[in-house]
Design a protein. Structure first.
Length: 130
């Protein structure tokens, strides 16, 4: 995968925050096949109702909200990890087919499939005997 296909954006979009919680950058694995790029983001605590994926111009933004992590009717005595929201942005190249992007989330893992545009997929050239 080349740097122009998908890269971490250092210039995150300025957005209005209305929740007073920490925001974490989720860890992401990126895989490439001949057909597509796959982005796998660890976002513990999010589900299909609390995760958003947006594409505006060439900027792909993933964001997730996590509730306070408290168990109802119980008092927290000790906690070893912090709870917060997630946000990360990526810059997409023109080689991604924006109309066919698919997203799913299961047990706090967001999976995005970013299909390559037909014109940039590798093609096998048939060789004929002369």
């Amino acid at each position: 995968m080349s740097d122009k296909d998908l890269q971490k954006s250092e210039n995150t979009a300025v957005s209005e925050k209305i929740r007073n919680v920490k925001t974490f950058i989720p860890r992401v694995d990126i895989y490439e096949t001949r057909e597509a790029l796959f982005l796998i983001a660890d976002m513990p605590g999010v589900d299909e109702k609390t995760v958003d994926v947006e594409l505006e111009k060439n900027i792909l933004t993933i964001a997730g909200r996590v509730e306070n992590g408290r168990v109802k009717e119980h008092a927290l005595v000790f906690s070893e990890y912090e709870v917060g929201d997630y946000e990360r942005t990526f810059t997409l190249s023109d080689e991604i087919d924006r109309e066919k992007i698919k997203a799913s989330v299961k047990q706090g893992v967001l999976r995005l499939e970013l299909p390559k545009d037909e014109k940039v997929k590798p093609k096998k050239i048939v060789i004929n005997a002369a």
